[in-house]
Write a protein that binds this ligand. Structure first.
Ligand code: HEC
Length: 398
């Protein structure tokens, strides 16, 4: 009891930090992409100083003048701001969260015996192998001779994503699979900052200080890797919030849904990339919205036999089922070994509470089989049908 209470606080604090650092990282990166693409031709006197673009902005009650040098100022300033800790701390806090929730709590969150009968050690080992393997594969690919062609790399990465999404969902719970895809992407993105973007900036500064021309190879590599980061950002943000939406991760086709949403969000990013270059292609966003609509329609829960028949069911029977299958977690006094406080504040002890949560009960345990959590309490299809019938007939009392 005490232990899970402490772990809840650890989770809360690291989730909070992860959010803050993530906002700082993605916010800074969005800002610089915008900045770069909004620069205008500076007046002659600035050009004479080596400034290639400038812009004016107003924010928080002040007017700002930003200038970007073609290469560097005559003298490097004493204080040059780097942006790297935002990325590193996002990754570090994410790894803490992954470890506390999915690895310490592997039995509850990562292992789904209906998917694969893994031990905790096997599941953690596989998870870490995916993280490390994904990153090493990506690095080798970008460094290989294929690395010279951005389109070939892109195509191989898409195929790899398909393979990873499929195999992850054959090993882990839906959430566990999604979060590992997110962690692989996050690791690649932070790896890009650490292995390519930072070194290339250090090389640039060193060259300027020595009065030499920087090696263009660094710039080209940095560009390839920042392009990847650009397109990976929106899919990653989706994955970060996906655990709230069992209709995605708890679906039988969860790996296809993951890939389709990743594709839609990456395409949506293209609109902004072009918009920053003053190319306006609103059709890209319309297409992304349309694809989302189609996906929602295809994913919609099927009308059940019950909905067609509409026969009534005994409330006492339904109450008995929810007592047996849900109340070990969803109660004022849970008896579950992991969930010692009613998750999501959902308690199903009384008839009033059952009625209050009726639509969510249907959403979580009938339209998707996300509840009981990993079917820990062994709810049967027949029981689901009875509960479904009760909800559909308007969740009547006795
Ligand atoms: C082993 C513990 C466990 C059991 C058993 C369990 N749940 Fe849950 N439930 C959870 C956890 C953990 C969450 C919170 C995480 C989340 O929202 O995904 C949750 C969240 C919920 C929510 C709130 C989220 C929302 O969508 O509004 C509902 C409703 C729910 N469960 C219904 C049920 C029903 C119905 C059953 C029985 C058929 C059930 N649960 C059995 C652990 C359990």
């Amino acid at each position: 009891m005490m232990e899970s209470y402490i772990l809840d606080w650890v989770q809360l604090i690291f989730r909070w930090l992860h959010l803050i650092t993530g906002i700082a990282w993605i916010g800074a990166s969005f800002y610089f992409v915008w900045l770069d693409n909004s620069l205008e031709n500076p007046p002659q006197w600035k050009q004479d100083k080596g400034i290639k673009g400038d812009l004016w902005a107003i924010h928080g009650g002040g007017v700002y003048e930003v200038a970007k040098y073609q290469l560097a100022p005559e003298q490097m300033p004493a204080q040059l701001h780097w942006f790297k800790w935002e990325a590193y701390t996002t990754w570090l806090t994410g790894m803490v969260l992954l470890s506390v929730i999915y690895y310490l709590g592997a039995d509850a969150y990562l292992i789904d015996k209906r998917v694969a009968d893994l031990t905790q050690v096997q599941a953690i080992g596989l998870g870490l192998a995916y993280l490390a393997g994904g990153w090493v594969f990506y690095e080798l690919l970008c460094r290989s001779p294929l690395g010279r062609n951005a389109y070939i790399i892109g195509a191989i990465l898409i195929l790899a994503a398909v393979g990873i999404a499929y195999t992850l969902t054959q090993l882990f719970s839906g959430r566990g699979a999604y979060i590992h895809m997110g962690a692989i992407i996050g690791t690649i993105m932070v790896g890009n900052v650490f292995r390519v973007i930072m070194p290339s900036q250090r090389a640039l500064v060193a060259a300027i200080e020595k009065g030499e021309a920087p090696d263009p190879a660094w710039g080209a590599r940095a560009k390839l890797h920042s392009t990847h980061n650009t397109y990976l950002t929106l899919p990653l943000l989706f994955i970060m919030i996906s655990s709230h939406y069992p209709m995605t991760y708890a679906s039988a086709n969860n790996w296809v849904i993951l890939l389709v949403i990743m594709a839609i969000t990456a395409v949506a990013r293209q609109y902004f990339v072009l918009a920053h270059k003053k190319v306006n292609r609103p059709m890209i966003l319309v297409a992304a919205a349309f694809a989302t609509l189609i996906l929602a329609i295809v994913m919609a829960p099927k009308t059940t036999r019950v909905e067609q028949s509409g026969a009534a069911v005994s409330v006492t029977r339904v109450q008995g089922i929810l007592q047996q299958r849900c109340a070990s977690c969803h109660s004022a006094m849970p008896t579950d070994d992991v969930f010692t406080v009613a998750p999501g504040g959902v308690m199903l002890d009384t008839l009033e509470e059952m009625q209050r949560w009726a639509t969510r009960i249907k959403a979580r345990s009938i339209d998707t089989h996300d509840m009981p959590f990993l079917n820990k309490t062994g709810m049967t299809d027949e029981e689901r049908e009875l509960v479904d019938r009760w909800v559909i007939s308007g969740a009547p009392g006795a």
